[in-house]
Design a protein around this ligand. Sequence first.
Ligand code: NAD
Ligand code: ISE
Length: 337
Amino acid sequence: MVIKIGVIGVGMIGQDHIRRCTQVLNGCEIVAASDINLEHVQSVLKKYNIKGKAYTNGHDVISSPDVDAILVTSSGPTHEEYVLAAINAGKPVFCEKPLAVTAEGCEHIVKAEMKAGKRLVQVGFMRSFDACYRKLKQTLTEGNLGEPLIVKCVHHNLTVGDSYTTDMGVTDSMVHEFDILRWLLDDDYQSIQVVSPRRTKHALKGVQDPQMVLLKTQKGILISIDLFVNCQYGYDIRCDVVCEEGIAYMPSPLQVKTRTKGQFGEHVNSDWRERFIVAYDIELQSFIDNAKNNIVAGPSAWDGFVASKTAAAGMLALKSGQITPVDLPKCPAFYRK
Ligand code: NAD
Ligand code: ISE
């Protein structure tokens, strides 16, 4: 069986997912796509030799009888509306992060999905599909290192575009750490604080970069996230865990190391597409394989809600500079694993 996919939003990640659906993954076919500019959609379909229909309205993709499953890869503020429509249509939907730009928006989706009575939403938090994070989790759960006490994360981007704001550091970039660290530590957050060091000369006017976040979990683990989105040297994601009996560092993705001309070298990734290329392949292949069996799994709407709720507390902390509580409601039985 081939899952017929409709894509909403054919920008950077939309096109990257279209490339993998047409050239890398099995059991799927792109049959429709939309974006705000029809000619742009048509040119993307042509580029990937896709015979599907082009639309300017994402709702036409969702309601098309040809479409079995939806990929929402449009800009963040459009996600809530399209995910709710996909749930209404009873179609599985893979939505890029953030699930919605507000915690309230995520809550609407959680409620709609529970009302539908079955999981229909997978959120595009790809890191739990990454071999390096999986190896780190396996090492922590084997138990030889004792309990985790401190986690030190690095999230560095080479550079970011003109539309990037200080707030996006929390809501758009660190939202990945907010999600993956709950998965890694099997814990939820209690509080968040955002502190700002000296600004880099490479940040756009008015943008605070770097930023440092301190999270405390319900078990008392202290987490630091060093976010630096104009670091100039590459895309660098790290995670070190200090435990009672030792330290676990996340392994680097498979890289050949070189020694030449008196120097020791290792390639640094240029962006998220390169660093997480295999993780994106696995997350989408699993969405497709599950859709064939009428199942949706992976990061859930509840995970999307918790990440956005943490980001919302992070926004308050950014404005006040204070340690701010992260008030999370109890996870409904519907989402308990
Ligand atoms: P982008 O700006 O390159 O693409 C967004 C596209 O959505 C644009 O082509 C825009 O015209 C289109 N769009 C806007 N409104 C629309 C609407 N109503 N209907 C259909 N299309 C519409 O941005 P991007 O980098 O591709 O990011 C898209 C989403 O993916 C964002 O939510 C972003 O946070 C997320 N993202 C996730 C990752 C990841 O690592 N998982 C990486 C990059 C981006
Ligand atoms: C981007 O939108 C992503 O989702 C990337 O994975 C992240 O690392 C980057 O900081 C975001 O801007």
